[in-house]
Design a protein around this ligand. Structure first.
Ligand code: M6R
Length: 599
């Protein structure tokens, strides 16, 4: 949610900030703004809409200065418009701030400031920061920011600049901020995507840390003013990975990257027919597993439940992180809580993790972004190594999450001294090849997509381990094509959703062969009898399905545990093409953002 970039050095900051914002645009994109310290003082320009709208402003050509901050917004308080866009000024226009997060005691602080004569000009909570810093400023920006932070309840990734000071003050609580260390220049950004072009050396700020950044150095303190020593880390992702490489959209590129991303998730983790991962606690004594996550990551958790229970006989519960964090769950020291998050920054998932740790559970993270907050706070973790996922709709992270969960399930089994199914291991190693094959359905799926661009509703049905695939197919479609879609266990439709079925209703069945195939064919007949349009995803020539289905998508055969990875790919493609034909920029669908760092 919201992207922040700051620069201090010897170069002209405007272009660096604008280019940086473009890299962060996937975090939020309803309005954007920039502030540069010029000879005449701080100059702010803002625009509703995407970065390119801001970039088009003539004033930017004349905006010269070597210190600056910029922001791309995902609105929380106040509608997306120029006035509410960041950066925000204090009354004197000496101080400018950009903020990501939510101030929870906003009303109390606003009242206090207004009583003291401050005039707030936006509807945002963020503007409060500028006025509080103004209130406390006595020739020392860092001190004023520390005093401000002591009053604020809520979350922040914050960068503050002052017209008289050659520095940026950066603070973080619950919203990631990274310092990029250059030669005679420093950067600050919400994530490494915006830094890669300039430097691979980064310092991750932790909660309640405040950094004072000048062009040659950074000093980090905690909120009590004590110095904190932090090591410089290196970003592993490359600039090339962050580019579209000839694909029309990041989402399509990421769908097609799945043979590689899955290879990278598996790499080094299966050796001599054994699972080789390191987990910093004993797994053979785990009595119960709770997996918690949001959105697509929650769907991979549901798939994980199937094979973890099957392979380890350990009971697994799956919970939305947003529910788990508030429901006072019963957790014991023999329980393992697994958190799954592509970004490693999702606010609800992070809060769920912290709640689990308070209750003494062991915790394991399945995370893509190295160095992210969740990855730092879990007891142990399995990185996906799927590479950067830029498209707001999660695709390659999902398939890697499923693979990582399977590897972990096999690891527990191995640690319990039980045999590993060699066929499953072999199929796991061959999975990237099968993913390459399933991507060949691309053209066929594109043709089918053309038939469904005008529909208003869509049903996705699956059973067993493929029920979560139906959920994921429906989520992908609704988030990027704005078509209402629901996923259901196929047998469940007769308990309600069947009432929706008529000749206007497309129903996609995940009907690849397994022990429930006969049952899913009966469910198909129920839909056909009510004239629903059937799209069947199959992996064999089944005469009955052929007769019932209006459209067939044929995918390669694979062992049941891995079928979700194969089956989800045509569903990703279907949503992609429907959205593309509708002219939607599915890399940045309306109202969404890549990292959901607020509740
Ligand atoms: O970064 P996370 O995996 O924690 O994100 C969780 C969800 O916000 C995310 O999966 C969201 O549902 C995606 N837009 C789905 O495509």
């Amino acid at each position: 949610m919201c992207g922040i970039i700051g620069y201090i050095g010897n170069k002209d900051s405007t272009s660096i900030l604008i280019e940086g914002l473009k890299k962060l645009e996937y975090r939020g994109y309803d309005s954007a703004g920039i502030c540069v310290k010029t000879k005449e003082g701080l100059k702010v320009f803002k625009k509703r809409g995407r970065i390119f709208e801001l970039e088009k402003l003539d004033e930017l050509k004349e905006l010269k200065g070597m210190i600056g901050i910029a922001h791309t917004r995902w609105a929380t308080h106040g509608e997306p418009n120029e006035n509410n866009a960041h950066p925000h000024f204090d009354c004197s226009k000496n101080i400018a701030i950009v903020h990501n997060g939510i101030i929870e005691n906003y009303h109390a602080l606003k009242n206090l400031l207004e009583k003291e004569g401050h005039q707030l000009s936006s509807q945002t909570d963020s503007e409060i920061f500028a006025h509080l810093v103004e209130k406390f400023y006595e020739q020392n920006l860092e001190k004023a920011v520390i005093k401000t932070l002591k009053l604020v309840e809520g979350s922040y990734g914050l960068v503050v600049m002052h017209k008289k000071e050659e520095k940026l003050i950066v603070a973080r609580k619950g919203s990631s901020l990274i310092i990029g260390v250059g030669e005679g220049e420093m950067f600050v950004a919400s994530d490494s995507a915006a830094l890669l072009e300039h430097t691979k050396k980064v310092v991750h700020l932790q909660d309640e840390e405040i950094a004072t950044i000048t062009k040659d150095k950074y000093i980090i303190k905690n909120i009590d003013g004590e110095f904190v020593n932090k090591k410089i880390e290196e970003i592993k992702w490359t600039v090339e990975q962050m580019e579209k490489k000839g694909f029309k959209h990041f989402m399509l590129k990421e769908i097609f990257e799945q043979p590689q991303s899955i290879t990278d998730t598996i790499r080094g983790r299966i050796k001599d027919r054994k699972i080789k991962i390191t987990v910093d606690f004993r797994v053979d004594s785990i009595k119960r597993i709770i997996i918690t996550a949001c959105g697509t990551s929650w769907h991979s958790a549901l798939i994980g439940k199937y094979f973890i229970e099957e392979l380890t006989q350990i009971p697994v519960e799956v919970d939305y992180a947003s529910e788990f964090r508030y429901r006072n769950p019963v957790i014991g020291k023999d329980d393992l809580v697994i958190v799954i998050s592509q970004s490693g920054e999702t606010a609800d998932t992070l809060a769920a993790l912290r709640g689990a740790k308070e209750k003494q559970a062991k915790t394991l993270g399945i995370i893509n972004v190295v160095g992210s907050t969740i990855s730092r706070e879990v007891d142990s973790g399995i990185y996906l190594h799927a590479g950067p996922e830029i498209g707001v709709a999660s695709t390659k992270a999902f398939t890697s999450q499923v693979v990582a969960l399977l590897i972990f399930a096999l690891y527990i089994r191995q640690k319990k001294g039980q045999e590993l199914d060699q066929e499953l291991l072999r199929e796991l190693e061959e999975l990237p090849q099968k993913v390459k094959e399933v991507l060949k359905t691309d053209k066929e799926v594109q043709k089918i997509a053309k038939e469904f661009t005008a529909v208003k509703n869509f049903l996705y049905l699956g059973r067993g381990i493929n029920f979560p695939v139906a959920l994921e197919g429906a989520l992908k479609l609704k988030e990027i094509s704005y078509i209402h879609a629901e996923g259901y266990p196929a047998a469940e439709i007769k308990h309600g959703p069947i009432a929706l079925i008529d000749e206007q209703m497309p129903v996609l069945f995940v009907a690849t062969k397994n022990n429930l195939s006969a049952k899913i064919i009966s469910n198909m007949q129920e839909v056909k009898a009510r004239k629903g349009k059937i799209i069947a995803l199959v992996n064999e020539d089944n005469k009955e399905i052929k007769e019932l289905a209006d459209y067939l998508i044929k995918v390669p055969q694979i062992i049941n545990e891995l079928s979700p990875v194969i089956n989800v790919i045509p569903l990703q493609l279907l949503s992609y093409y429907i959205a593309d034909i509708k002219g939607i920029d599915m890399d940045k669908p309306r109202n969404l953002a890549k990292s959901v760092t607020v509740e």
